[in-house]
Design a protein around this ligand. Structure first.
Ligand code: NAD
Length: 322
């Protein structure tokens, strides 16, 4: 099958090439899929995309006109794809349903630990040979209440790690799983009211967009820590800024940002006009931003490449049978 792969990093190209063993002819593009780059897929049957590619209705229409039959995203989330338009144009979609959930869970817990122990300002200070400790008082995770929102693959893996720290783990899910061992089931309001740390692990849907908004923040404990490794728009970022200023939110760890598309995965150091909302977030000492890299472990990217090729193999086999 002829395939156009967008937003490809060198490490992905190497993995896909090694595992592909020439079954598919894959052309790699480092730039994202967009209205301006879609035509690069001419002559292909499938495109490979990632979370910040533009897979909106107009781009899908362009792809359909080029004869694209399949879109495989190298991610769990499919919120960036207009699935209705794809179905209308007869284009099939596949994702990577689950890969190393521990990669994302460990990143979420790392953000929580780093914030609880003021790691980033401490290390910055050490680099300046300032070894005073007066401003570095942290807190134990032990015995804190951690609220996990979304108990799917990643939420459950995160819960297991926090349990290991001796935390009380509570959880909310629209479909609470039977195998979330040791996680106390709560409704959303109870979780907001009781948690010292809230970690988000739900997909972005119309229902979950801005699920952390101003009224929700009001219900939270003073000084709550929020960790978001799921999707940026789960949090109303505009509402988080004043809550950080008045210390209602005590710490905020984000691997995903509401307006990350076109920003994350590229070097923007020399941009004259920086994203003002992100600039505000980055100014807080008690905020850590990582650029959507919770998935970035050798184990996870290997599984993503294998699963992506398995999607292509399945479509090729179905095509060969027709
Ligand atoms: P999953 O499908 O296994 O679990 C999601 C859970 O959320 C399910 O149990 C579902 O019932 C629940 N849910 C859905 N909507 C909800 C709502 N409105 N309120 C409460 N619960 C709800 O998914 P997963 O593999 O655990 O991944 C979760 C999310 O993490 C993905 O959708 C993706 O957006 C994000 N993710 C981020 C990265 C990263 O690198 N930062 C990597 C992988 C996944």
């Amino acid at each position: 099958m002829k395939v156009a792969a967008f937003s490809i990093k060198q490490f992905e190209k190497e993995l896909l090439d090694t595992m592909n063993t020439n079954r598919h002819s894959i052309t790699y593009f480092p730039f994202p899929l967009s209205p301006g780059t879609a035509e690069q897929a001419a002559g292909c049957e499938a495109v490979l995309v990632f979370t910040n590619d533009d897979v909106s209705a107009p781009v899908i229409a362009l792809l359909a006109d080029l004869g694209i039959k399949y879109i495989a995203t190298r991610s769990v989330g499919t919120d960036h794809i207009d699935k209705e338009e794809a179905s209308k144009r007869g284009i099939r979609i596949a994702n990577v349903p689950a890969y190393s959930p521990e990669a994302i869970a460990e990143h979420a817990v790392m953000l929580a630990l780093a914030l609880a122990r003021k790691l980033i300002p401490t290390v910055d200070q050490s680099r300046r040979y300032d070894f005073t400790i007066e401003n570095h008082m942290g807190f134990n995770l032990h015995k804190k209440t951690v609220g996990i929102v979304g108990l799917g693959h990643i939420g459950k893996a995160t819960a297991r790690i926090f349990k290991g720290f001796g935390c009380r783990v509570i959880g909310f899910d629209v479909c609470f799983p039977e195998d979330a061992l040791g996680v106390e089931e709560k409704n959303f309001d109870q979780l907001l009211e009781e948690s010292d740390i809230i970690s988000l692990h739900v997909p972005l849907t119309p229902e979950s967009r801005h699920m952390i908004n101003e009224p929700c923040i009001t219900k939270m404990k003073a000084g709550v820590m929020i960790i978001n490794t799921a999707r940026g728009a789960l949090v109303d970022t505009e509402a988080a800024i004043p809550a950080l200023e008045n210390k209602k939110i005590g710490a905020f760890g984000l691997d995903v940002y509401e307006y990350e598309k076109g920003l994350f995965f590229a070097d923007h150091q020399s941009d004259v006009n920086k994203d003002p909302l992100l600039a505000k977030l980055l100014d807080f000492e008690n905020v850590i931003v990582t650029p959507h890299q919770a998935f970035l472990t050798k184990e996870a990217v290997t599984e993503i490449a294998a699963s992506t090729l398995s999607n292509l193999n399945k479509w090729k086999a179905e095509g060969d049978d027709e």
